[in-house]
Design a protein around this ligand. Sequence first.
Ligand code: ADP
Length: 506
Amino acid sequence: MNVHAPILQHASVSEALNKWLSHDRPMLIDGRWEMAASGRTFDVHDPATGARIAAVAEGDAADVDRAVKAARRAFETGPWPRMTPSDRGRLIHRIGDLILEHADTLATIEALDNGKPKTVARAADVTLSADMFHYMSGWATKIEGRTIPISALAAPGMELVSMTRKEAIGVVGQIIPWNFPLLMAAWKVAPALATGCTVVLKVAEETPLSALWLGQLLLDAGLPDGVVNIVTGFGETAGAALAGHPGVDKVAFTGSTEVGKLIVQAASKDLKKVSLELGGKSPNIVLGDADLDLTIAGAANSIFFNHGQCCNAGARLYVHDSIYDRVVEGVAQVAGQIRLGHGLDEGTEMGPLVSSVQYDRVRGFLQAGRDEGAEFMFRQDQAPEGGYFVAPTVLTNTNPQMKVVREEIFGPVLVATPFKELDDALIAEANNSVYGLAAGVWSRDTGRALSVANRLRAGTVWINCYHVFDAALPFGGYKQSGWGREMGEAVLANYLETKAVTMRIG
Ligand code: ADP
């Protein structure tokens, strides 16, 4: 194992974390920390500076195979399936507690690895991750089938009892993105554990570090060997190997719609079950009677939170023309006041995009907007140099055919459009997307807002608020935004099979 000189001088980075980062980080396979069979590693970068902060094992198909076999053993013969639901629940709860105990370190890792402000990582990512384990720990004891009165008679006079059992689906391959690295791991791992599954988690190559820290917490909580395995590596190699591995019963994916389609193809070879949480281009509709202060702050937050790197970002703003100028200028003003900087620096409100690839991609969209005639309201000159910073941007004078209106940008770029009437045409335009993940409605008339919400084809609708997430609330997409739901009771269905048992009793 290589040891590198600690590279981080920042006051927020503890000596222990610096030491941890200075060693090549192995993967968690069968309860042990293992380097890749190939011996290869890859570098992880701080997106605010481009500097290398760590190196992690470059897992590939051989390592995925080891991990799947470990998960299979843990599922078939390990102590995990035999543990009582209450013991399993207690263990899952302990993981949530450990996340909170390590909150500062985890938030620091997210700031370094993903670029988001540490304060945001602490308040949102870490808190919601702990909540997810705490909430799911309660479900471990509440996974129930039903008794079902049936009308079928196998023979006259025969007495039958029928029931359903909910059983763990088995070995689950989970593939997650880089926008909320720890939280996406929590969304996936916690319900899989609550249902009694075993897991191979493939984390995003851009942001592998917080999940590796979490891996140690899983071991510290007492999770038996092989129940959760964590593989670091690239999508085309490790990810593809996991999605197509015959030893995996189910694939749960969060990421782009494009890769989601590849996952479905890979999983279809042996008809694995698949759940997908994919992209979005969410409409945010401001009716003429909306509370302006609330709406301006909310609309800005809906797109600029996490630097626009949210699948549910409120990317398409539709504003009644009576207040359009005031709302759009208000949002642009908020954008102009957002302080960009290093995620570990005090006062930073927005960090860089996660990688040079995303930086180029988002700038490509801005160029496309320019070429197509959109008008810009933003302050590009304020973006710090050296990292992958893109200043928050508001585009006006757009039309429904433009690339910036149709496609998911995944950056802090809002497209704003006025409307005259709250009519069928507006609802149709809001729904005019291949995606259907989320939407927002802003109005003082909550009845009217609810009626709009009912007509929007999206898995989540927020009224007079945005980005409200809770472990108890299902989240997922209509249309090409995905299959299945994350969180809430609904996520359990992703990890359970239903068995109908019929017994002759007379
Ligand atoms: P984003 O667009 O958010 O970067 P991606 O969909 O590209 O998201 O990636 C999300 C996750 O999917 C990452 O863990 C990535 O490594 C993985 N991935 C990318 N390509 C593939 C693939 N062909 N097969 C399986 N996983 C993949």
